[in-house]
Write a protein that binds this ligand. Sequence first.
Ligand SMILES: [Mg+2]
Length: 172
Amino acid sequence: MRIALDVDGVLADVLEMWAGRRGIPKGDARSWYFWKDLGIPADEFYRGLDACWQEWRLIPPTEDRIGEKAAALAELGTVDIVTARTPATDAAVREWLAHHGVPYSKYVSVPSGAQKAELEYDVFIDDSPINAEKITEAGMRVIVYEQPWNAGLDPARYRRVAGLEEAASLLG
Ligand SMILES: [Mg+2]
């Protein structure tokens, strides 16, 4: 089983740090484009995320023992990190993964989330409702990692999990 594991919002809670800096509760991010409603331009939002990654040591994991839980997934198949991001942040992401003991086979970085659905995996673990739709349309399986911005996904079509252990139990 080939598993594509996302980083931002699934392993690394970068929006927690971003929101904290803006004085916005992370729970207010009720949609993927919540920042538009706040009048924040796209380039400013994405630059803000990149700035968080420049201080990667301050980015909290989404859950405790994240490396251990990712390792449990790696016992079920081949886990690749599949992340959409600015290439300038790749080195920081790799440092973060090593620091938190997250094991993986390949590190795959794509410029945009939509390109994930062009890759071939048996299952993606991702928090983006947009990616979830595209991956599903491409005929692949997606497990949605629960975040406020994906709460609106139709539960009849998308399986959401509260954490990596739940994802592992679905796949095991
Ligand atoms: Mg993500």
